[in-house]
Design a protein around this ligand. Sequence first.
Ligand code: GTP
Ligand code: MG
Length: 231
Amino acid sequence: MEKCDILELKESILADNDADADKLRLELKDEDLFYINIMSSPGSGKTTTILQLLDALKEDFNIGVMEADIDSSVDAETVLSAGYPCVQLHTGGMCHLDADMSRQGIDCLKGHLKKAGITTRLDAVILENVGNLVCPAEFDTGAHMNLVILSVPEGHDKPLKYPLVFEKCEAVIVNKTDALPVFDFDFEELKKGVETRNKDAKIFPISALKGEGIEEVSSYIKNRILGFKKG
Ligand SMILES: Nc1nc2c(ncn2[C@@H]2O[C@H](COP(=O)(O)OP(=O)(O)OP(=O)(O)O)[C@@H](O)[C@H]2O)c(=O)[nH]1
Ligand SMILES: [Mg+2]
């Protein structure tokens, strides 16, 4: 397997992350590089969903991945072994990424492609943010699209308990729907909870394990990338 590049992120010293996030969004727009930030609790299925989305979108776009974790390179190795460009970002114990850390990560991903002799440009970058429903929502990464994954075993009440992350996202992916028969997850309650926090958020039920519902999410992302490129 290809060697995994690991970047030890430096903590940003910028006082105004929001301004830097807006700046990064514009920098990436100039490069035609669409940046997707995926947030969720640990184990909700981020890596499994990302792998499904990469497969579904590979005919249309070149997509690279940044795996952010406090330690290890497990997820980056998984993505690399599936054949997609990926780097592992270590947050030095921090539970989130901000805009400058995103910039460092994207530069590292470009360096990884260059080292591998890959000259085709990336159309999009996916960040698998640190598994946490609280901190990542507090820091704008500079992404053009924020997604949240909530898995069935976590329960339908999470939008009420962790409001910010549901306010900041444009779509909620409800994963592990194959487990619905063994949990008391109530989809109508989930919808009500999401709507209370964010009336515009789309909801996509999926089973990343079985590949169900992936087509709907990938075509939504495809349209967003195409709209970004045109806009
Ligand atoms: N039943 C079921 N299990 C799933 C599904 N998606 C993922 N899993 C399982 O859930 C576990 C965690 O999945 P990951 O994709 O590693 O989750 P993650 O959010 O990336 O985890 P961290 O990176 O550790 O936060 C694994 O055992 C997956 O096989 C699903 O749709 N259904
Ligand atoms: Mg993961």
